[in-house]
Design a protein around this ligand. Structure first.
Ligand code: C2O
Ligand code: CU
Ligand code: CU
Length: 468
């Protein structure tokens, strides 16, 4: 598990490093304060933070606090990048409810690479409301940062984009959790809280337990849900989080089970048919396909997996029940009373057409990202409906900075339990329209919203909104 930072004043230094991820060969990675995965920042609501970011990479960078509402100059807008050897000072108040957020770099065109190389850490906010519930904490609270990597025959993680990857997003062949491939963890016969983050570049994960036993979803991107929901799977697209409670009390010492994922690439039927030639690309061992070739159009095509959940199940972490332990924890019936705004109070509706332009990148309303162009002007504290129209080709996990929104509906079906709480990232499936109700209460200035398929964002699927 990542180390934790609980201070209110600290430094975060990004550096290049070489680490063994799988087997005996080093991979190129980026660390923060020498750690991979980066430290977990844990704060209490109401705290003020002073963070000094030191960029010791060989390229521009800037940190963004995903899920937080902070002033524009503290949000890590790509225009605020600092060069190698430079630093950026952050100073902001954390004034929002408890939730599992995260932080990562945001330099335009390089975000996918920098997150892939390891710069993705948890940013956990605690508050009194949550504390009163006495949820499992300390060693019973497991932050699980799940990321897909492409591992070559030498056991090295690689990131190089061919034309197809640039268009579809970068897919890998192994899942890592907290930068470890398929580890195990020893647990006792009681409730545990799992904080899940999908920090993959493009992979959509349908997560479940290997014995198909149910578990409870208690939180989404923006914190506690109204009540715990009993489910047998939860789907997370890139950047989404889910808070789970798992009752290991139903097992016996000596038992073991896995958290595992069915993997999806988000491609629509048409695209998928074009890209996919059946089961041929699956390998027999690791559970996912290999990309043996060095890339090129052909290699890229072979890498693609079916859009609907694949039959292959990929292990994330194994839980071994090693000890009997008495648990006083009672699953609460109610978690919080959400105060969602009312759609009838929305001042206006904005429509966004998501589309993928062959060979050029991905766009929002036909336009590619431009650093200083203001695409939308939003009055401060305005309540608006934002309507995202998906395309035929791929699903797009849409993320809005500096706010949490309420998903009103999706045309393609029901909202999953974790989609009913506060969110900052929402998957828009192919041919689907998703409407979200969003309040803009950050201070005046420029922020971005974008697709969190990182290659889509890096290739233009991002826009600026200015709070005025
Ligand atoms: Cu994870 Cu622009 O965000
Ligand atoms: Cu963000
Ligand atoms: Cu996208």
């Amino acid at each position: 598990f990542p180390e934790e930072i609980r201070a209110s004043e600290f430094e975060l230094a990004a550096e290049t490093a070489r680490r063994k991820l799988i087997g005996g060969v080093n991979s190129d990675v980026y660390t923060l304060n020498g750690s991979l995965p980066p430290p977990t920042i844990r704060v209490k609501k109401g705290e003020t933070l002073d963070i000094n970011f030191q960029n010791r990479l060989d390229e521009e960078s800037i940190l963004h606090w995903h899920g937080l509402t902070v002033p524009p100059e503290m949000d890590g807008h790509p225009k605020d990048v600092v060069g190698p050897g430079e630093a950026y000072d952050y100073h902001f108040d954390v004034n929002q409810r408890a939730a599992t957020h995260w932080y990562h770099p945001h330099p335009h065109g390089r975000t996918g690479s920098q997150i892939y190389h390891g710069l993705a850490g948890f940013f956990i906010i605690e508050d009194e409301e949550e504390q009163a519930l006495n949820l499992p904490s300390g060693k019973y609270e497991l932050p699980l940062n799940i990321q897909e990597k492409q591992i070559n025959e030498q056991g090295q993680a690689t990131y190089s984009l061919n034309m197809m990857d640039r268009m579809m997003g970068f897919f890998g062949n192994r899942l890592f959790v907290n930068s470890i491939h398929a580890p195990y963890h020893e647990v006792t016969t009681r409730f545990y809280r799992l904080r899940l983050l999908n920090s993959s570049n493009a992979r959509i994960l349908e997560l479940s337990l290997s014995d198909d036993n149910p578990f409870y979803v208690i939180g989404s991107d923006g914190g506690l849900l109204e009540q715990p929901y009993k489910v047998s799977s939860v789907t997370l697209s890139p950047a989404e989080r889910a808070d789970l409670l798992v009752d290991f009390g139903r097992y016996e010492v000596g038992d073991s089970l896995r958290l595992e994922a069915r993997t999806r690439n988000g491609m629509g039927g048409m695209m998928d048919g074009m890209m996919n030639n059946g089961e041929g690309m699956m390998d027999g061992s690791g559970g996912m396909m290999q990309n043996e070739g060095s890339g090129g159009m052909g290699g890229g095509c072979m890498m693609m997996q079916r859009s609907r959940s694949s039959d292959k199940v990929v292990p994330i972490v194994e839980f071994r029940i090693t000890e009997e332990e008495q648990d006083s924890f009672q699953l609460p019936e109610k978690l919080t009373s959400p105060s969602f705004p009312n759609e009838s109070e929305a001042e206006r509706t904005r429509r966004f057409n998501l589309s993928m332009e062959m060979m050029q990148g991905s766009s929002i309303n036909g336009r590619f990202f431009e650093m200083m162009r203001v695409d939308e002007e939003v009055p401060r504290n305005a309540l608006e409906v934002w309507e995202f129209h998906g395309d035929r080709m791929m699903a797009h996990p849409m993320h809005i900075h500096a706010t949490q929104f309420k998903v009103l509906d999706r045309s393609g079906g029901e909202l999953a339990p974790h989609e009913r709480g506060w969110k900052d990232t929402m998957l828009v499936n192919t041919d689907e329209t998703v409407r979200v109700l969003v309040n803009f209460d950050a201070p005046e200035g420029m922020f971005v919203f974008h697709c969190h398929n990182l290659e889509h964002a890096d290739n233009g699927m991002m826009a600026n909104f200015e709070i005025i």
